[in-house]
Design a protein around this ligand. Sequence first.
Ligand code: ADP
Length: 486
Amino acid sequence: QAQAERTLSAVPTGLLIAGVWTESNEGSTIHIENPATGQRLARVCDAKAADGIRALDAAASAQARWAETSPSQRSDFLRRAHNRLLQDIEAFAALITLEMGKSLTEARAEVKYAADFLRWFSEEASRIQGRYQRAPSGGLHHLISHRPVGPALLITPWNFPLAMIARKVGPALAAGCTMVVKPSELTPLTALFFAEAMRDLGLPNGVLNVITTSNAPGVVEPLIADPRLRKLSFTGSTRVGKILLAHAAQSVLRCSMELGGNAPFIVFEDADMDRVIDGALFAKMRNIGQACTAANRFFVHESRAEEFGRRIASAVDALPIGNGMTETAVTGPLITGTARRNMQDLVQSAVVGGARLLAGGEVVPGPGNYFRPVVLADPPADAAVLHTEIFGPILPICTFRTEAEVIDRANDTPYGLAAYAFTEDLSRGHRLAARIEAGMLGLNTGQISDPAAPFGGVKHSGIGREGSVEGVMEYLNIQYAGLAIS
Ligand code: ADP
């Protein structure tokens, strides 16, 4: 508690523009609430369109000098940023839990995950390599190199308040881009604390600017229309992603979009059930189900469905629910009251349609947006719970008979982010990898995110990749020079 109070009082509440914490000219603020208690944690600045433009002014003025820094300088900075996150792990974790609700254990894991992105991109910063070749015709020589795309707008969601920032800021810095960061208005405190840490570490003024606002469209749209902005990286819903892509079309802006998912979780007849249960708990219950990679639809072979339902229901029932700040809680509150009502509606309509409730369903009394995780067996094929991104701890179980059938059903969605499958048959694993329409496949694991692996989706789940060697390419333009050598 004392740690939490100290950390909260150390969080800047203004806008970081050109290395200076400033207020909006209009002086309005946004209240940040603790989803576990409904209590107010802080007030932060509510930026208007003109503030966004000031932040872009700063990023645009800093761009040329930042691009000229040596790869080693950028690498060294990122390495120090990595160290700083780990040094301040308790403060970052407390902020994440306070504003977002996940347990402290998960919040600490998020800080490590975020720090790992900074380490990864500190390593990648010095490995941005071009090519040199002689044209096959024997005429020109080709020099192929990479240049930073330019000032970037980074828009992040509330579910991973630190990791989503690190995953975008890391490669932008490594590539030599300056940036305006717009965190979610529900969880800006972690982002502000992170920005202050970067400023304190000596990041040159204007390289990283942060704006918080309750009017995301009003601030973001003028930025996207501004010709100085050269890159948009967005993580959030498919609905908002489509709106932003439409605006970005007018500026032919480079876009990286990490959007929603509807991940299938397939359990074949030969699966190792201990691994399945571990994988299901991780893929479904981590972050209280609020992850774009969360398993959404469980397809279990009919010969194992009863066993899976029984075991997962008792595992889910045993998850301690409570305020994430208490060390014992596993399942914290959902982000908002609306999110909780959405969960209740999804469960109710599935049950009305004939689904059986294997676990959960009781209302949790008291303040906070708590929702006891639910396991549903046999929801009807048209149940909303199978067709929308649940973004909460509801686990619907369907059964299947054949591999071909389950692959078709798994792919029968506009989304294609993550997929999970459990089988002891290696050939089947390879067939799935070839046929599943998803950017990421977990085989016999529920855990796929890793800074060294390319994260991203196909279909309506997005464009581009984050992390890995591909992540930094999203912030680079390719330039080719044809050299006449005589
Ligand atoms: P989520 O449901 O995960 O919050 P959203 O897509 O609503 O996903 O939000 C993700 C991010 O996009 C947040 O930072 C939010 O403020 C921002 N955002 C939401 N709507 C818009 C919009 N119309 N234009 C620009 N940014 C938006």
